[in-house]
Each structure stands twice: as structure tokens, then as C-alpha cells.
Design a protein around this ligand. Sequence first.
Ligand code: GTP
Ligand code: MG
Length: 273
Amino acid sequence: MEANLPKRKETRKSLRIKVISMGNAEVGKSCIIKRYCEKRFVPKYLATIGIDYGVTKVQIRDREIKVNIFDMAGHPFFYEVRNEFYKDTQGVVLVYDVGQKESFDALAGWLAEMKQELGPHGNMENIVFVVCANKIDCTKHRCVDESEGRLWAESRGFLYFETSAQTGEGINEMFQTFYSAIVDLCDNGGKRPTSSMSVGFTKEQADTIRRIRNSKDSWDMLGVKPGATRDEVNKAYRKLAVLLHPDKCMAPGSEDAFKAVVNARTALLKTIK
Ligand code: GTP
Ligand code: MG
């Protein structure tokens, strides 16, 4: 009897993927991986020497995924060792420590290192990046807030998660979403699906929010010269208000930026006759 039954639909082929970790030394890359794979946390700092390699299996929807993880050392000293491991990567876990601004500012440098190692024919567009804002348990020392990190990540089409390798917060969710995105990428012929690229805000909006965050005074925030007239201030204000109004702008931090612009205009108009 059984021989006459229609064959069951074959389960989809299992996948083998390569992911790497990137980010400054001591931000918690190895601990994030350990928390996910071994469900434990090591408080003592053991610097990765060059590179650590591990294999793990994960189930994503109906697929079994074999993941080769290359955990890179963040220290500049190990550049010569890690530079060989960038190629043929489908996913990158890019980590910074929310209590260490330099590690956040260094993220662009990590992308540049990878781009350089992949060479002119390497394509970063078809790699899934997840940015981990790590050590969120250290609330007292936090100096990079969520909207700043999220804006940096999402304006590049990257995933963003707040994580703590110590408490485990965000870790499983981050890896599940990350691996799912890689499976989608593989199913899409190795191209990042367009849906994951639509971020709901423009580059101009993201750049403006960053500029406002870094402005040194109210003149600078509105983008007018000190001593500008009421008309000039109002004109600059209206332009920014249209660009950043929270009803129209979905970018992380737009609400705070909008409020800051309103306050800057109020303060300036008080001083201008
Ligand atoms: P390199 O291998 O040198 O590049 O560093 P790494 O990024 O792999 O850092 P590692 O995972 O070794 O962690 C560095 C230190 O931060 C260790 O002392 C960890 O215990 C600590 N650490 C990592 N993640 C967290 C976290 O989420 N919260 C807290 N409080 N400490 C963490
Ligand atoms: Mg490490």
C-alpha cells in the first residue's frame, strides 16, 4: 500500500551559511555568540586571539541552517589575521558598547575595513547586517541612546537590536531575525529582498537628524548664521518642520529633533528684535 502513496513533498534543502562578528575589542562579540550558542555569560574578559570559529545548527521556519560563525578579534593588532575572513559572508553581526561612544563611532571604520578586504568586486549590498547595541544592562554608563544607534543602522538598511549578553535580553530575538533575513536573502538568489531595504525615511531626514543632534547652538541647529533675521529663522524653521514632522518622518529620533528645532526657534525669536 505504502509504495502507491504519493511521495511526500521533499523538505527544502538545508542551508549552509557563513556569518562573522565585527566591532571594537571588548564590546561583547564573543559573549553575544556564547550567550546564544551556550546560554551562558562569562564576566571575565578573554580577548579573542585573531579569530574563533564555531559551527551551529538552527531551525528557521521549515529549514535547517548550518551556520559557520567566525568571531573576529576587535583589536587592531589582529588585522592581519582577520582580514582573510571577510569574503563569502552572508551575514555580519556588528557590535558596539552603548557605554563607549568610540565603539559606536568606529562602526563606519569596520564597514570600510570589510569593503577594502572584499575588493572592487565585493558586494556589500547583498550581505545582511545586524547592529547590536550591546551592554544595555549597564544603564548608568549608557552614552549612545537607542534612537542614535537605530538611525545609524536603519538608514543603511541594517537590522538593529538592543542586546545584553549578560542578561540575555534581545539575543535570541536578534539571531532569529538575523538568520531569517539571511534565509530570505538566499531564497532571493543571494540578493537582499527589497522589502528589507525600505526604511520609511529618506537620507536627507536621517542626515538632518544627525546634524541637529551634533549642533553647537540654536543658530547652528536651524542652519542659519548668528545674527540672522526673524524671517530667515522662520524660513529655516519651516523647512525643517516639514522635513521632520513626526507625522511625516518615521526616522528614529525625529520627534526629539523636531522638538529641539521648535525650542531653538522660540529661543532665537526671543533674542531677535
Ligand atoms: P575581542 O575579542 O577582544 O574583540 O572582544 P569581544 O568584543 O569579543 O568582547 P567579549 O565578548 O570578550 O567581552 C568583553 C567584556 O565585556 C567581558 O568582560 C564581558 O564579560 C563583558 N560583556 C560582554 N557583553 C556584556 C554585556 O552585555 N553586559 C555587560 N555588563 N558586560 C558584557
Ligand atoms: Mg572576542
